[in-house]
Design a protein around this ligand. Structure first.
Ligand code: GYE
Length: 306
């Protein structure tokens, strides 16, 4: 088959399929929910899952992928920690005839034959939605609005794209100014540490835009420690909508959350099944997502799965 389909000898029974999944790490509530959902989906489908946690290090992910190639798994799926630097290992998978599925995060490779499908969110759109809320919130302001941006992992698709979408939209109002932008590596501890430092150098800050809930939750701790009221003295906008984030939004400590769904397991199984059957999955599958205000968070919280 062209580019190595799992269906070379015809489809395998699902209980004979083996899939290797190279996860980013366990950096956030989003990631934990994503891992749980993927493991549960494999369990339910009766497909064997080899799972590895790269602790947010690209070299670990590359090692894991190489070991899956060596073990001749049927499909490799992974969520690339950063966008660049994948061509070599993906070419090795291709040469071995093992199809690769990208979940959650993209690679910036020009060679689209290196993966069969990319399943995940539109991160630029998420950044735009966050920017739109800020634009509306400060529509009537004639004063400068000072914004701190807490970036995700440097070089990661969601960090690059969420910054881009946000910047594009807030550019419509010259009063909205990002006065500082630093990475908190998508972690709570990172968000807290960066906010602590940036509050000192930017005492007039009005709003924090965090690329995920966890960094926003870390920022809340730093703001409270500085004797200020999160959500009031300093507004907070985040991305993800995991339970802890939604609770903070319901409590008024976060002002707005753009949803990013970690529930990719069922769709990943569908892609793997299609590959096994010799079908060609959609090259790009975009997750459907919404946004939450405080009232909407209060309403959604009781039924929130993660
Ligand atoms: O937003 C963040 C996680 O890649 C979409 O990674 C994912 C991001 C998510 O650490 O919380």
């Amino acid at each position: 088959a062209d580019g190595g389909s799992a269906a070379e000898g015809g489809p395998k029974p699902l209980d004979e399929l083996v899939v290797g999944f190279a996860q980013v790490g366990a950096e956030s509530g989003w990631r934990t929910a994503n891992t749980k959902d993927i493991q549960a989906a494999f369990e339910e489908a009766g497909i064997e899952l080899k799972f590895s946690d790269a602790q947010q290090k690209q070299e670990n992910q590359i090692k894991a992928i190489r070991s899956y190639i060596q073990q001749q798994v049927d499909v490799i799926a992974f969520s690339p920690v950063v966008e660049t630097g994948w061509d070599a290992v993906l070419n090795e998978a291709k040469a071995a005839g093992i199809p690769v599925v990208l979940t959650d995060r993209a690679v910036d490779s020009k060679d689209e034959s290196l993966y069969v499908s990319f399943l995940g969110s539109d991160f630029v759109l998420e950044g735009e939605k966050a920017g739109q809320w800020v634009l509306d919130e400060y529509a009537d302001t004639t004063e400068p609005v000072e914004i701190i941006q807490l970036e995700g992992t440097t070089g990661a698709a969601p960090a690059i794209d969420r910054a881009e979408g946000f910047a594009e939209v807030i550019a419509e109002n010259p009063n909205l100014e990002v006065v500082a932008s630093q990475t908190g590596d998508f972690t709570r501890a990172g968000g807290k540490q960066v906010t602590e430092a940036l509050l000192k150098s930017n005492p007039g800050v009005d709003l924090i835009y965090a690329h995920n809930d966890d960094m926003g939750l870390g920022a809340i701790e730093a703001i409270e420690a500085a004797g200020l009221v999160p959500g009031e003295d300093i507004k907070i906008v985040t991305v993800d909508a995991v339970k802890d984030g939604m609770q903070a939004l319901a409590d008024g400590k976060i002002n707005f959350i753009v949803e990013c769904s970690p529930l990719l397991g069922a769709q990943l199984i569908e892609i793997i099944t299609q590959v096994n059957d010799g079908e060609t999955p959609e090259k790009r599958i975009v997750t459907e997502e919404t946004t939450f205000t405080q009232e909407q968070a209060i309403e959604a919280l009781p039924d929130r799965q993660y």
